[in-house]
Design a protein around this ligand. Structure first.
Ligand code: GLC
Length: 564
């Protein structure tokens, strides 16, 4: 029997993370917008679900033009979400449950309403001028942007300011000007902000578009490329290869400095997870060097968005696991993410098929890596296709003039989401009007998805076969089974007729096998190893083990423990 000799893993490598989009989780104040006290009222639910860490999309002060990703004060809370006292209470209540808290830190930019930017734009001589990236324009009396750089969302990332006759750089939308990290005061201030929240007990940070911190100082033009849309591996887009605006070499030094700030805090250890669209090779570079076989000196984790649009079949997942195991061996560790507040929900990419979603989840919660679950994913919440013309989402608003048929065509594959409202609709708590998100007479900030009468927490809690109960059972199993949260992973040989993916997790003497049938056909496996015992099955009510063979129904997933 192979022996796993790794020492006990750090807590953040074993954890499971649940993402709350505060605006859409639970309204407690009666304005149709979710808030912190609403979240606190649902902590029992999250604890019972079995997730261990909660990541909150930003609820810092903000004009909400990008619903919190446009911050106007990093150390206070937006009034619609609550107060700093509510926030302290949230942290305390989570810790009292033995759970962890992750905040979302938008280091790259601020809101254009942030007092720093208001000062910065007020005159060329203002002391805060150099907190942002201002440059003269080209030709025609400076009325042409300083260079060809495009924003991540398309169009020039330079925006002209008439008062001071200069241009400022914004990697995302025009109301999100980039901070200038070449100014040491900016870096100091933002590192101190991180310390401010660490002192309050925050256990980690999700770092928003962290690969865009630095740009080329000499402002060299980005070269041309034929690519129109970015992929999960590559951010070339809008006919531009973003070599001077993304993944700048200085980012890697910055990340190490930031890591040092985190390492000032040891009890418990805190962690960083970076939002970066890049190849596995580059993602690993962001994680830093292997220091001593147990830790790295960069980001603790990065999202591997490779999984977002994975085709639902055994061979594609097999390839993904193979490449994760190649790049992210200890002390590196991959993450498993299928949905978030910017993407179409995974279940809708699977045709809203609950059996497929359960199989997908079985993979997510049993493969080696840190799983990230997006609110509502655990009940099978579907994407709600909302018209672009009413978009609350600023990306949706930007593209609102595109005719609907073209939108449908562009978003058909699911890899592109033009209206992020679709995946941000209110959490579905029960079958009442407004799904228990807010009271019935109110208009929630986004319409509740019409599937709420059947897909909701209340109805699914009492249905032993629901996807919610599938999550609960798996999360509990993962927590209680060292091989699942800490074990090594090796793929079992591919099955003759495809369709089945199987792998083994091993920790000391414990051996756990995961068998996933991605096909529409019932399948029988060859001989399973010694003395198998079923720990979990996505299909209730029948024993998949017939002697030492495993009989798998279409889309069935099974977890077995082997005893020698
Ligand atoms: C990230 C966030 C997204 C936000 C953008 C700008 O991609 O996930 O929601 O709009 O950054 O901050």
């Amino acid at each position: 029997m192979p022996i796993q000799t790794n020492p006990d893993l750090q807590w953040w490598k074993k954890t499971t993370v649940y993402q709350v989009y505060p605006r859409s989780f639970k309204d407690s104040t009666g304005n149709g917008i979710g808030d912190i006290l609403g979240i606190i009222s649902k902590l029992d639910y999250l604890q019972d679900l079995g997730v261990e860490t909660i990541w909150f999309s930003p609820f810092f002060s903000s004009p909400q033009a990008d619903h919190g990703y446009d911050v106007s004060d990093f150390r206070s809370i937006s009034p619609e979400y609550g107060t700093i006292a509510d926030c302290d209470k949230l942290i305390e209540n989570i810790h009292n449950r033995g759970m962890y808290v992750v905040f979302d830190m938008v280091l790259n930019h601020t809101s254009n309403q942030h007092p720093w930017f208001l000062e910065s734009k007020s005159s060329r001589n203002n002391p805060k001028r150099d907190w942002y990236i201002w440059r003269d324009g080209q030709k025609f009396g400076g009325k042409k942007p300083p260079n060809n750089w495009k924003a991540m969302v398309g169009g020039s990332g330079w925006h002209y300011d008439e008062l001071t006759d200069q241009w400022y750089w914004a990697q995302f939308l025009p109301f999100q000007p980039d901070l200038n990290y070449r100014n040491p005061k900016v870096k100091q201030e933002m590192f101190d902000t991180i310390r401010f929240w660490l002192d309050k007990g925050v256990d980690g940070f999700r770092l928003d578009i962290i690969n865009t911190i630095y740009e080329d100082e000499a402002l060299r033009n980005n070269p041309f490329t034929w690519r129109l849309f970015p992929s999960e591996e590559d951010d070339k887009s809008f006919f531009q290869n973003k070599i001077h605006t993304m993944n700048h070499p200085d980012n890697f030094t910055f990340i190490k400095e930031l890591r040092n700030v985190l390492d000032e805090y040891t009890d418990p250890e805190r962690f960083l997870v970076g939002e970066i669209t890049a190849s596995l090779e580059l993602l690993k570079r962001y994680c830093g060097d292997n220091v001593d076989g147990t830790k790295t000196n960069g980001l603790h984790l990065t999202f591997q968005f490779q999984s977002l649009n994975t085709k639902f079949n055994a061979s594609t997942f097999r390839n993904i696991i193979e490449s994760y195991e190649q790049y992210f061996t200890e002390p590196y560790i991959p993450t498993w993410v299928f949905s978030n507040h910017d993407q179409m929900r995974r279940i809708s990419k699977l045709g809203n098929n609950i059996d497929k979603a359960k199989l997908n989840t079985t993979l997510q919660l049993t493969a080696r890596g840190v799983p990230f679950i997006y609110y509502g994913e655990e009940i099978g919440m579907a994407n709600h296709r909302l018209p672009l013309k009413n978009a609350e989402d600023p990306i949706g608003q930007k593209y609102s003039r595109i005719p609907q048929f073209l939108v449908n065509l562009l978003t058909r594959s699911g890899s592109l989401s033009l209206n992020r409202d679709n995946c941000r609709t209110p959490m579905q708590w029960d079958p009442s009007l407004n799904a228990g998100f807010c009271s019935e007479e109110l208009k929630p900030w986004l319409p509740v998805s019409p599937c709420y009468q059947t897909i909701n927490v209340h109805s699914e809690e009492s249905d032993s076969n629901s996807i919610l109960n599938c999550y609960k059972t798996l999360l509990k199993l993962r927590k209680e089974t060292p091989a699942l949260h800490s074990g090594s992973l090796n793929l079992l040989p591919p099955f003759l007729f495809g369709g089945i993916l199987s792998f083994q997790r091993v920790y000391n003497e414990q051996v756990v096998q995961i068998w996933l049938n991605f096909s529409t056909k019932p399948t029988r496996t060859s001989e399973i190893g010694e003395n198998p015992r079923v720990l979990f099955s996505t299909v209730a009510g029948c024993n998949p083990l017939k002697d030492t063979l495993l009989h798998l129904e279409p889309y069935q997933g099974v977890v077995l423990e082997l005893f020698s």
